[in-house]
Design a protein around this ligand. Structure first.
Ligand SMILES: [Zn+2]
Ligand SMILES: [Zn+2]
Length: 238
């Protein structure tokens, strides 16, 4: 696998993955102490969408989710989106720094353990084949594969993005829902997911439209519960 080769070329825990300063081999997630302390790990997230809740917010569910239509059981995000996270995800997606998928998977695995989430299979969010050809790899699949190495759950790369949906990030939630209708299909009649709990893996949770659409497909094919884990998410904007 290409990520194995790159990991061999780029030994872990020598430089901080954010500021590139040298670090001790024992540091968590290949981060220096300063960068680690600057990251906003999400301790209290909405029990449905996983977006951060402020400490003084009394409910377990955010205002958005009180009226939402998510079909997944629960989405979790590890860290609040900020400039450092933007740079990390950008260099994973567009800078070919595929070794970052390992550190991201490590953080995700710790989050899943902390929240006691157990699943049968891992499902990466797919790229459209045109975009996959251009980028050369699907970052969600890389993260899923690394997570699988850590938690020993099998990756089922069974979701297909049959339409290319560019510029999704500029659309509102309503527009996204419209655009993403019937975009995803399952690659084959995957009876392995029948009555199984699944974990969808992606880099960022924005409106949750993509993972919700994929969840609908998986549930229609008989999956039991769907969980979502993403590396980062932004705050809710009201
Ligand atoms: Zn650093
Ligand atoms: Zn929520």
């Amino acid at each position: 696998m290409i990520s194995d080769i790159i990991n061999y070329i780029y030994p872990r825990n020598i430089k901080c993955i954010i500021c590139k300063n040298p670090i001790s081999k024992n540091n968590s997630y290949s981060l220096c102490k300063d960068c680690f302390n600057k990251l906003n790990f999400i301790n209290k997230g909405c029990l449905i969408c996983g977006k951060p809740l402020t400490d003084f917010y009394k409910n377990d569910i955010c205002l958005n989710c009180e009226t939402n239509e998510y079909v997944f059981t629960r989405a979790l995000s590890c860290i609040e989106y900020d400039d450092n996270i933007h740079k990390l995800i950008y260099s994973l997606k567009y800078g070919a720094k595929t070794y970052l998928s390992y550190n991201i998977a490590e953080i995700m695995n710790d989050k899943l353990q902390y929240e006691n989430i157990n699943v049968d299979y891992i499902i990466p969010v797919p790229l459209h084949k045109k975009r996959l050809r251009k980028r050369g790899y699907n970052q969600s699949l890389l993260i899923a594969n690394q997570l699988s190495k850590i938690n020993k759950k099998e990756v089922l790369d069974i979701v297909v993005r049959s339409k290319n949906t560019d510029f999704l990030s500029k659309l509102s939630k309503k527009e996204r829902i419209k655009k993403l209708q019937n975009v995803f299909t399952l690659s084959k009649n995957e009876n392995r997911i029948y009555k199984k709990d699944l974990l969808i893996v992606d880099d960022i949770f924005t409106t949750g439209t993509t993972t919700n659409e994929i969840s609908k497909n998986l549930l229609n094919s008989g999956a039991s519960k769907i969980y979502v884990i993403t590396f980062a998410t932004g705050k809710n904007i009201y």
